[in-house]
Ligand binder design. Structure first.
Ligand SMILES: [Zn+2]
Length: 88
């Protein structure tokens, strides 16, 4: 199965329903990070958890997934629709 539109990406996100994380904002993420999010959700079609087998599968598709995930974990809050107030 291949994502053909941003709506497909949103649909994939519904697989990972343990997170309360809207994926629509990822359209503003760098393409490698968006790819990671799609691959992550597609791998949940086989493994509905984050056990080592899941991450092994992610790694077979994206060997550098950890770098992409680190970027997302660090910057995701900057991708929201809400205005981000500067730190004082
Ligand atoms: Zn997940």
């Amino acid at each position: 199965m291949v994502a053909t539109s941003n709506q497909s990406v949103v649909d994939f996100a519904l697989v990972d329903n343990r997170k309360d994380r809207p994926i629509r904002h990822l359209i503003f993420a760098p393409k490698p990070v968006l790819e990671y999010a799609v691959v992550h959700e597609m791998c949940h079609l086989k493994h509905r958890n984050h056990e080592p087998e899941f991450w092994d599968l992610v790694g077979r598709v994206l060997p550098d997934w950890q770098e992409r995930k680190t970027w997302l974990d660090k910057n995701e809050h900057m991708l929201g629709w809400e205005k981000v107030e500067p730190l004082v």
